[in-house]
Design a protein around this ligand. Sequence first.
Ligand SMILES: Cc1cc2nc3c(=O)[nH]c(=O)nc-3n(C[C@H](O)[C@H](O)[C@H](O)COP(=O)(O)O)c2cc1C
Length: 309
Amino acid sequence: MNHEPSAIDLSVDLNGIEMRNPVTVASGTFGYGQEYADIVDLEKLGAIVVKGVSLEPWDGNQTPRMVEVPGGLLNAIGLQNPGVDGFAETYMPFLRKHDVPVIVNVWGKSVDEYAEASARLSDVEGVDGLEVNISCPNIKEGGIAFGTDEKMAAEVISAVRKSTKLPMIPKLSPNVTDISIFAHIAEEEGADAISLINTLPGMAIDIETRKPVLANVVGGLSGPAIHPVAVKMVWQAAQAVKIPIIGMGGITDAATAIEFIIAGATAVAVGTANFTDPATCLNVVVGIEEYLLRHGMKSVAELVGTLEV
Ligand SMILES: Cc1cc2nc3c(=O)[nH]c(=O)nc-3n(C[C@H](O)[C@H](O)[C@H](O)COP(=O)(O)O)c2cc1C
């Protein structure tokens, strides 16, 4: 694959995951990479973060489980996935052929399941890092408690840490009073980086039937509506930890991505925008480079955490 040489150094290192540029995709919005390969040159991404994987296959929630709302999307997919073995057999052969780091988003219904799934994924050739989803608001058991409870968050991150030598990236829940506490817990328990934010809880009602639009009643809000919330949380987290941060939430273009970098994110992830314009990720890469040129900077690292207050 031919990558045009550039005067600007866009590369970033997430404590062991070397990305050619700071732009990746948000878990669950880019399938397992393969689904987008015809329209997006995967090797131009900084990394691919795949949809959440659990120890055993999981059906997810009943439909309808996605609805467009003003400013974004409500989803209650419920973490449908083929399980560790299904993922490794079905999707990794394709991903291994590409020169791009693969980060697997992992979740479980208990601490043991998180640890076991992480251990098993660590043995899969071609997996470069684990993003640990401690923040999904859709599953009634397990998940919800981890990301919003200090003790549970520490316990699950610590267990995953012991189960893998791969770079480990807890993905924080925004549904907490003080995100910096959870960022700090992740760092203390041995995380190599953190990512944030996951979706915020929301609900939509069909006023004619007076029924909830989603079969699950409630879902997770993503897209432009959550961007300012996410920028604020990344900024707070960046002040609490030294490890790199992947910022996400409502990125639609280079400007909305650059806000995260200025707030303190080393890398950014594009989520919901992949559904409306699959070219967003690559446009963001080009836009970041143009911005750095315009501001006389030689590397993206120079921009990280440069907010002036
Ligand atoms: C349809 C859908 C599925 C998602 N699935 C996952 C998932 O499996 N694991 C996870 O950690 N986050 C998941 N997320 C959350 C996103 O990765 C991201 O954190 C969130 O959508 C905010 O970014 P955005 O506003 O750019 O979409 C999902 C989001 C959407 C919209």
